[in-house]
Design a protein around this ligand. Structure first.
Ligand SMILES: CC(C)(COP(=O)(O)OP(=O)(O)OC[C@H]1O[C@@H](n2cnc3c(N)ncnc32)[C@H](O)[C@@H]1OP(=O)(O)O)[C@@H](O)C(=O)NCCC(=O)NCCS
Length: 515
């Protein structure tokens, strides 16, 4: 959160920059720069000619290069030439104010024409916000855009680079190569499991998929009480009941070990609850978890009653892995705010489900697929898309608070949809391409691309997930991210209690006598 003034804190760029800078020359191969970034754990390399900065190459450029599939290239081909720089004696707040508009992530620090360090916008921002709260009140962006509200070791999203990670690993690489149990373990324990750890983790979590008896008995009544409700809305009720019936205590009163066990249980049982609610709403018998199936395959099994094909199970699993966590999105922030009060873990997850259910957050995939269906054939795409944007509505599955380039989850899910030969993939690809072009034409100042929700529906539809279960599937994976954030918040807690700027009629007015 924005902090009060700390007069002793760093004031100049020179005090916070990384030095010496990691450098390379323009004629060196890009692979050399990539190796240096990895070895030194930095996000950029300053390209130098002698002492002079002639360019900067960042991880974002490497992502672009990888996406372009180009092989041997030199740094000169991919760097940003003649980068803006800052002087070491510049005040951090001034540097942040003058550079914030440009979307840079790394800026060379130059003293008398000589590169002496590199500073990240993130560090500038963090320090620049350490200033008196009354000055900040006018400056905090609407929707807290870009405001850093906590420190985390769970992961991060780099919106300009189109990159995000879980712990120390590229999240997309994890989705392409690992099981959801492995990634779940990574998030809970801090690193990927070896074989023995994986087996032990499986043995620990599989029994936790069973719905506790007190909750299971109540499910038919809950489903009957609101037969037309969305399964996600009923999940709020059942998670609340789960916490109360299992005696979840305030997180403030629990040890990290006790909270971890509750967290594992919530993550394991949420898919079972959702499938049970869905089936009861459709007058179908509840299906118990299959002890032999992995998390994703078991989810599809409990939903349909049939063991899914490995292709469908893997498609859903990749979607789930890619959506486990994603920075301080609205639902994750909600769970952390609730946990900061010391409330119990189920209360925090219920809040997260509520935040996720909104169409601006997790409620979009079925709407995105509705759009693809409403368009029907590609010849109708242009008129439909233009009409939506021109009348001031939003195209569902496009735009993102953080990504101002391709959403990497969307890129991965597009290829999953292609691999599965999803029935709607061809129309979807055309709609995506035209929507991005039309948004660029009609909203030229905004960088609007398809987000994770766009192909999520296409993939889930191809794997046999019904539309009403799209957002619940998102909840089934995001609950793992929420829980890890809850554990992190509880482990180092301070009540999250920000302020608002009052803009109503000036107080105090005399209180009129009642009429
Ligand atoms: C995700 C989202 C809520 C992010 O919103 P945000 O960062 O608060 O962005 P804003 O609402 O400030 O929008 C900025 C501008 O882009 C436009 N915009 C953003 N997303 C748009 C979309 N999907 N379709 C059309 N215009 C869009 C807004 O109209 C606004 O333009 P304006 O200033 O000319 O009115 C927003 O892009 C959206 O509503 N997308 C559709 C819903 C969706 O796909 N949600 C899933 C998110 S993973």
């Amino acid at each position: 959160m924005t902090a009060a003034a700390t007069p002793a804190g760093p004031r100049t760029v020179g005090e916070i920059m990384s030095r010496p800078p990691v450098t390379a020359t323009a004629d060196e191969p890009v692979s050399v720069a990539a190796d240096r970034m990895r070895e030194q754990s930095v996000g950029s390399v300053v390209v130098v000619d002698g002492d002079r900065a002639v360019g900067i190459l960042t991880e974002r450029d490497l992502v672009r290069l990888a996406a372009a599939g180009t092989e041997a290239s030199t740094i000169a081909d991919w760097m940003t030439p003649d980068p803006d720089s800052v002087a070491p004696d510049l005040e951090v707040t001034d540097a942040f104010a003058s550079l914030a508009e440009h979307g840079y992530r790394h800026i060379p620090v130059v003293d008398d024409g000589r590169v002496v360090g590199v500073v990240s916008m993130r560090d500038l921002m963090r320090i620049a916000q350490i200033q008196p709260a009354d000055k900040l009140a006018n400056d905090v962006p609407r929707g807290l855009e870009g405001v850093i509200v906590a420190e985390t070791t769970i992961g991060d999203v780099r919106g300009l680079e189109g990159f995000y990670h879980y712990r120390q690993y590229n999240a997309i690489e994890l989705a392409e190569t690992r099981s959801i149990e492995d990634v779940w373990y990574l998030l809970f324990e801090g690193d990927l499991p070896n074989r023995a750890q994986r087996e032990q983790f499986d043995a620990e979590v599989r029994p936790l998929r069973e719905i506790p008896a007190q909750v299971k008995t109540a499910l038919p009544e809950i489903a009957r009480a609101a037969p037309d409700a969305l399964p996600l809305d009923l999940l709020r009720t059942t998670v609340s009941l789960l916490g109360a019936s299992q005696g979840f205590q305030p997180s403030l009163d629990l040890s990290a070990t006790e909270l971890r066990v509750q967290g594992l249980q919530i993550c394991a049982v949420v898919p079972s609850l959702l499938c049970a609610l869905y089936r009861l709403q459709h007058d179908l018998p509840v299906i118990d978890p299959h002890p032999e199936l992995g998390h994703a395959a078991n989810y599809l099994y409990m939903m349909s009653g049939e063991v899914p094909t490995p292709e469908h199970a893997r498609g859903v699993e990749q979607y789930m892995i890619a959506t486990i966590d994603h920075g301080f999105n609205a639902s994750t922030f909600t769970t952390r705010v609730i946990t900061s009060t010391g409330a119990d873990l189920a209360a925090a997850v219920v809040g997260g489900i509520g935040a996720l259910s909104g169409p601006l957050h997790g409620g979009a995939p079925s709407r995105a697929l509705d759009t693809i269906d409403a368009i029907g054939t590609i010849d109708k795409a242009d008129a439909y898309l233009r009409d939506v944007v021109e009348r001031g509505d939003r195209l569902m599955g496009f735009g993102h608070r953080v990504y101002k380039t391709d959403d990497p989850r969307n890129v991965m899910l597009r290829s999953v949809a292609e691999r599965l030969q999803a029935p709607k993939v061809d129309v979807a690809k055309y709609v995506e391409q035209r929507a991005v072009e039309i948004l660029a034409e009609l909203k030229p100042d905004r960088k609007l691309y398809a987000n994770v929700e766009f192909y999520a529906g296409v993939v889930m539809d191809a794997c046999g997930v019904p539309r009403g279960m799209f957002t619940p599937t998102f909840a089934s994976s995001r609950v793992i991210g929420w829980t890890v954030h809850i554990l992190e918040q509880a482990a180092d807690n301070r009540l999250i209690r920000p302020s608002a700027q009052y803009v109503g009629p000036p107080p105090p007015q005399p209180v009129p006598a009642p009429e």
